[in-house]
Design a binder for this molecule. Sequence first.
Ligand SMILES: Cc1cc2nc3c(=O)[nH]c(=O)nc-3n(C[C@H](O)[C@H](O)[C@H](O)COP(=O)(O)O)c2cc1C
Length: 251
Amino acid sequence: MKYDELLELIKYRRSIRRFKPDLVPDEYITKILDAAHYAMSGGNSQPWEFIVVKDPETKGKIFNIYREHDQMMVWYLEQQRIPRYRHPAFNLPDEEEYKHRDMIAAWKDAPVLICLLEDPRKQYGSTLCRGLEFGPNLDVLAATMGHVSMLIHLAAASLGLGSQRMEVMTQEPYRQILKYPEPLHLDTLVPVGYRAYEPGPPHRLPLKELVHYGQYDMKKYMRNEDFLKYIEKIRELGRPGYRVAIGEEKG
Ligand SMILES: Cc1cc2nc3c(=O)[nH]c(=O)nc-3n(C[C@H](O)[C@H](O)[C@H](O)COP(=O)(O)O)c2cc1C
């Protein structure tokens, strides 16, 4: 594969928040997981496992847990911020909160849900593991899980599919449905399906502001007093993606 094709794929991969209900061939899911399991990992520890959920009833239960335990908590936490600093998905007037809820609800239609699990014990395979008395190095574990996650999304994009990454903040309710034993953890939920909309190009900070040659260029250093401007900037960059996701703008 050439760089240009790779870059095109990387830019095509977006967090997709609405899906068509059309079924995805099982073979595609196997391809996605096959690609993902070649991810790099600390000490080649490969601490990941996957539960593929297609049954609508189980998906519905998982979705309800997400909505009840995770989504509402984040909504109310994010409302504590001054509006212009809020994450764009949460920066809606109170009377439009339903739009946020609808957007969150949209992943329910994805025909497949990949539940990405981590087994912290496997991180002991990493040379970066602290002594056993301190338990696994969770930073390395989280970094490793980020790598496998990225490959899932890229592989899905390469098959013309959309995917989304849902963070979870609780374990027990999911554990009861998905039956994964301790000490495994649910890392993230990844709905996968055909895209119900095209999100348009990704918006990122200019590369030249982030790269230094030879040594750190202090002209590019973000001073503490500029931090709020930075937050406003990334909110501005993120907003179009969410406006498209809730169907209020074209991608
Ligand atoms: C660690 C991490 C956590 C994220 N958590 C969520 C999440 O809980 N819900 C969600 O809708 N998107 C989540 N995202 C997706 C980001 O919002 C998204 O990647 C970012 O806005 C850039 O947009 P893009 O993925 O379309 O390029 C997460 C991404 C990462 C890397």
